[in-house]
Structure formats: structure tokens, C-alpha cells
Design a protein around this ligand. Sequence first.
Ligand code: CTP
Ligand code: CA
Length: 227
Amino acid sequence: AELASAPAPLSGRKIIVTSGPTHEPIDPVRYIANRSSGKQGHAIAEALAGLGAEVLLVSGPVNVPDPAGVRTIHVETARAMMQAVEAALPADAAVFVAAVADWRSDAAAGEKIKKVAGEGPPVLRMVENPDILATIGHHARRPYLVVGFAAETQDLVANAKAKLKRKGADFIVANDVSAEGGAMGGDRNRVRIVSKSGVDDWPEMSKQEVARRLAAVIAGRLATVEV
Ligand code: CTP
Ligand code: CA
């Protein structure tokens, strides 16, 4: 006789994941963005769903397909991402993988900005976007588990530890985006898991493998919490 299969470790759990870049409009045809592909965040959403979680993926503009078995909401701006995440609370866990634009143009023009002879280039004034991870990390309805990412080009662990504290995260997945063939846009990733209890150095692996291992860590942490 066949053995009864064990229940999926994350069944009954609701998890929010953000992924991809955000696009911040300058005018109707131009925007500010970054090199995030969405590969890592989408892989994490898929891996969590694979363990039985009900996953809501809030994705910025990406060229990767919506993951199977995941409800995906598409947004453009940091503010829209913030709104979609807050509207999705409560949740058991949230994983903030998106490379949210830190700043936006303070007054996106309603019409295409034109070159005017003799006037020179426009000067953009930037204002800060909401910090989604920090908002949710300190939220009255904070999920039990809050995970952030940190993209750094220097002082990786020190910066990740500072973000852990400042943003109220349980752990930060830190990656060095200056590395050759580095994480941003690529298919592989070498991360360190930074938490209050220390730093766990993972070897370089595919983004799918990072996703599976991270999903397993999250399942382990949630296993001790009542549904
Ligand atoms: N993050 C966020 N909202 C923002 C900026 C960042 O939710 N407006 C999240 C990212 O999804 C990531 C974490 O915060 O999980 C760290 O992002 P990062 O860009 O590394 O940190 P910042 O605080 O923006 O600092 P800096 O870019 O100056 O390193
Ligand atoms: Ca940033």
C-alpha cells in the first residue's frame, strides 16, 4: 500500500512576496528603474507555493512569467506596491525581494517633456518612496515572519545587519551585487542569511535553489507557530 503523503509544510499559510523592480514615471513615456529581473522573487513565490502556501506575489514590471500556483498582482510604482502589500494583510509571512526604487520624481509631468531650444535639460527633483519592508516590519498587523533582502556593493554584512534592525526584519538575505556576473539579472546567487543569531553563508547556487532553501527555512520557522 502507498504511504499517506505528509501534509504540505506550508498548507494553510498565507505569504506575501514582492519581486522585480519598480518603475517611477518622469512623464508619460519615461521612467526611472533598475536592473532587477524578478527571477529571484518569482522563484521564491513558486517555491513557497510548492510547499503548500497560499502565495500573493506583488510584482513590478518584469519579463518573467507569472509563477504557477501563485496569485500575482502587477504594479508599476513603489507606492502601488506598498498599497497592494498593505491591502493583503494579514499574512503569516512576507518576503520582500523587490528592488523598490528609493526615489521618484516629485512631480511626474502629465505631458511628455519636450526639448526646448536654449532651455537646456530639465532638472528632476526626487522624493523618497515609502519603504515597504520597514512599514510592514513595524506594522500593527505585522506578519509573524518578515524577511528582507539587501543588495550591496560594499560592507555586505554590516549593511545587512543595520537593515535588519532598522526595518524590523527577522532575517535579511544579503547579496553582493557588485560580483562579476552578479545577482542582479543573472541566474545564480550567493547569499548570506543575516539574523539576530548570526550570519549563515550559503554557497553559490541557482536562484531556484536559493528559493527552495529559503522556502524550507521559512517553513521551519512557521512550523513552531500555530495556524
Ligand atoms: N525595500 C522596500 N521598500 C523600499 C526600499 C527597500 O521594501 N522603498 C526593501 C527591499 O525589498 C529589500 C530591503 O528593503 O527587502 C532592502 O532594500 P535595499 O535597497 O537593499 O535597502 P535600502 O533601505 O533601500 O538602502 P540602500 O538602497 O541605500 O542600500
Ligand atoms: Ca534601496
